[in-house]
Ligand binder design. Structure first.
Ligand code: HEM
Length: 504
């Protein structure tokens, strides 16, 4: 009896394997014929090759400068590292869905991860909350918070500092006071309160990365592993923090109502609702559920804080290594600003052209999304072949950004001048895409640019930055969100601030 069941089961598995393999051969002959195939084992494909590897190592087996693919079990993974393929994929409405690793963020309806059917409505609604008018209105807060950060850094002169943590805390302060509109002038994240949430978010992102590196945890089996419980606990703590910020907002709104002020209505009438006001209004009108509001708040915290902090830390590390570029940025500041603590205005921002080149080069060197993952929701013709419906496509930003074919032999150097208009005039428009591109690009692009330029101007006017790091010591961890592995690498000294006209 047992022998009979066993034989039937073996036969069924064999037939299944044959069917899967025939299906792969059929697809290869018809749709996939024009793509480079990274071959693996029957049925499991290249699953074994992925174990324990980081994203850069996972992508190593794919061919550079050619659209290639592999099978991991029944799943097709495509790898893309050419700007023309980036353009085709990022602008297509067949590739708006995010690839499966984004599911590990446990967020169904937030902008970063939502299915296109939900995302379209949310994105249309929220665009205006991070548009130029809104970002312009945030500038006094950006100035105030970076000024405060500099005041706190004054206590750490001539010692090594964790610059990422400092930027993380100020970025958290900023998103809470701008997009969430909380009154954080008293309750700051920069007085040690932010450190805990900084460590928590870093751990969550590391757990997500761990899961990516263990392909047997890509499916519901993960729920039966040891990691699941601890991961759930960390997410719970994060949600607790995020929900507590909403409670503060609710109390604030209730207090205002008691004094006859209806903040939500007034903002709606003036057509200048911030992100949270917009979400709460939609919930009040029963167009969004409370869950949708929560998930958008979680998204905003994950997508805005660590990203800005990492790019700013990378920029500061590069300027500390390259003293000559630091001096050029400071010279630019001396031309633009009258005093060390003059608030940055829109006019100043326009004149910070060399600082802008430095940030662009830092964005190339430290692409915050080292790869962008999409799923094709319909057969997608490209390069004379077809990426079949349901395939996972990974756009390898890190490899494109380090390709000498596009950036020349000095690709591994930090060289802001490569972004001078005369040097990049002939580049493909999708070569430099630090904020992604197409309809699902970064909604906080304008916010990030304004904030980063203001940050640089405050810090470099106040401090001289140094480090013992050399370029070869800089460690890049290409996680879902890129990490810089060097901690406490920056020292700060007070800068002598004098403009040329003040030197007698
Ligand atoms: C230097 C800072 C930043 C960089 C380099 C950056 C980069 C990116 C990239 C590459 C994506 C696409 C990710 C993907 O498809 O996998 C993205 C999406 C997103 N970013 Fe940013 N970002 C930054 C700052 C911000 C800020 C400050 C905010 C909010 C205030 C923000 C909010 C978002 C959101 C909500 C999405 C999802 C957009 C959608 O799918 O519609 N980001 N960002």
């Amino acid at each position: 009896m047992f022998g009979g069941v066993f034989s039937a089961l073996s036969l069924a598995i064999l037939i299944l394997v044959l069917v899967v393999e025939c299906w792969k051969v059929y697809l290869n002959k018809t749709k996939l014929k024009n793509f480079y195939h990274v071959k693996g084992w029957p049925v499991i494909g290249t699953a074994f090759n992925l174990i324990g590897k980081n994203n850069e190592q996972i992508f190593e087996s794919f061919k550079t400068n050619e659209l290639s693919y592999t099978w991991v079990g029944p799943m097709r993974l495509f790898h893309v590292d050419r700007p023309e393929d980036f353009q085709a994929i990022l602008t297509s409405n067949k590739c708006l869905k995010k690839a499966f690793p984004y599911d590990f963020l446990n967020n169904r309806t937030g902008l970063l991860t939502a299915h296109p059917s939900i995302w379209k409505d949310h994105r249309r609604t929220l665009n205006v909350t991070l548009g130029s008018k809104m970002v312009h209105s945030f500038m006094p807060i950006f100035n105030e918070k970076f000024n405060k950060m500099c005041n706190l850094l004054e206590r750490k002169l001539n010692s090594n500092i964790d610059i990422h943590c400092a930027f993380f805390n100020v970025s958290m302060d900023l998103v809470l006071s701008t997009s969430f509109g909380l009154n954080w002038s008293k309750l700051s994240m920069q007085n040690g309160r932010g450190d805990e949430i900084h460590n928590l978010i870093i751990e969550i992102m590391e757990d997500v990365q761990n899961r990516i590196q263990k392909c047997w945890q890509w499916n519901p089996i993960y729920k039966f592993t040891q990691n699941y419980e601890t991961d759930v606990e960390k997410f719970r703590k994060f949600y607790q923090f995020s929900r507590s910020t909403l409670e503060i907002k609710r109390m604030d709104l209730a207090e205002k109502l008691e004094h006859g002020e209806n903040e939500l209505d007034e903002a709606k009438e003036k057509n200048c609702q911030n992100f949270l006001q917009k979400c709460l209004q939609l919930e009040f009108e029963q167009k969004w559920t409370m869950e949708e509001v929560y998930e958008e708040m979680d998204t905003m915290l994950i997508a805005s804080v660590d990203t800005s902090a990492t790019v700013l830390s990378g920029t500061i590390i590069m300027l500390a290594i390259h003293q000559e570029y630091q001096e050029r940025v400071v010279d630019e500041m001396r031309e633009i600003f009258e005093s060390v603590d003059e608030p940055v205005t829109n006019d100043h921002l326009k004149r910070m052209s060399f600082s802008e080149l430095v940030i662009k080069e830092a964005l190339r060197y430290f692409p915050i999304a080292p790869f962008i993952g999409r799923e094709c929701t319909a057969d997608f013709p490209i390069n004379g072949g077809i990426i079949p419906k349901g395939s996972q496509v990974f756009l390898d930003v890190l490899r494109m950004n380090k390709n000498p074919k596009y950036y020349g032999e000095n690709v591994n150097e930090f060289y802001p001048e490569r972004f001078l208009p005369e040097n990049c005039a002939n580049w493909h428009p999708y070569l430099s895409v630090p904020f992604s591109a197409g309809p699902r690009n970064c909604i906080g692009n304008r916010y990030a640019w304004t904030m980063m330029k203001i940050a640089l101007s405050h810090i470099l006017r106040r401090f001289k930055l140094t480090t013992d790091l050399r370029m070869q010591d800089v460690v890049i961890k290409p996680y879902l969100l890129l990490k810089i592995g060097n901690k406490n690498a920056i020292r700060i000294e007070r800068r002598e601030w004098k403009r040329e006209s003040q030197i007698i």
